[in-house]
Write a protein that binds this ligand. Structure first.
Ligand SMILES: [Zn+2]
Ligand SMILES: [Zn+2]
Length: 217
């Protein structure tokens, strides 16, 4: 059931970007020239948004369900020893231990790619370190590199998620503002110490200069 919810969330996440693309330019009414229908479109957009938020919240309740990739067929109680990283750039497949950092990245690739749009700062992710073909510095420890545009000044800045814990924290960024709740995941675990939440979000939504400017250092 959880897997279904997850898939639904992914489908919806995919549909938002589609909406965003088609809905942005002020467009003349197309097929539905019936102007009584117009407000319905707007409402549908809101409903989609709500569904996405609710689904993401459901996923956040148990971040381990995020190990989905093509896991729809896997028995989640017995995760396979190896997982496949499918490079979004070149398509090359690279095998990793499921329970390694690289495996954790591999299992999150679709989730991350589809969820990036939820981050208030426009953010892109570079998976190249994890691809046996695209990786240039194979000797170095692989890094998940993210590049964001500051929500205030638009300047781009980078950050990384280099541990499994940091990967598990990423959903914190998909939250809405004002932040009214944070899901810490399993009982007994903490994605983040409450007093560090502001810093965590600031460091990924604002460039260093703007953090300073707004007293968010
Ligand atoms: Zn590649
Ligand atoms: Zn800035």
């Amino acid at each position: 059931m959880k897997k279904k919810a997850l898939l639904l969330a992914l489908a919806l996440a995919g549909s938002t970007s589609a909406h965003a693309q088609t809905a942005s330019p002020p467009e003349p009414a197309r097929e539905d020239t019936n102007d009584a229908i117009k407000p319905v479109n707007a409402v549908a957009g809101e409903v989609d948004k709500l569904k996405i938020i609710e689904s993401l919240q459901a996923i956040k309740k148990d971040p381990t369900t995020v190990k989905f990739h093509s896991a729809m067929c896997y028995d989640m109680a017995m995760p396979p020893a190896y997982t496949t990283f499918s490079c979004p750039t070149c398509g090359t497949e690279t095998q990793y231990h499921t329970q390694s950092y690289q495996g954790e990245v591999a299992n999150r690739i679709a989730y991350l790619s589809r969820s990036l749009g939820q981050i208030k700062a426009k953010t892109t992710v570079d998976f190249s370190d994890f691809c046996s073909k695209c990786s240039k510095d194979s000797d170095d420890q692989p890094e998940l590199k993210l590049t964001a545009s500051c929500i205030d000044c638009g300047k781009s800045f980078s950050w990384t998620a280099n541990t499994i814990k940091e990967l598990e924290q990423l959903p914190l960024l998909f939250t809405d503002f004002p932040v009214t709740e944070v899901d810490q995941g399993h009982i007994g675990e903490q994605k983040i110490e409450p007093e560090k939440l502001s810093e965590y979000l600031s460091n990924r939504l604002l460039c260093p200069a703007c953090r300073e400017k707004h007293g968010l250092k």
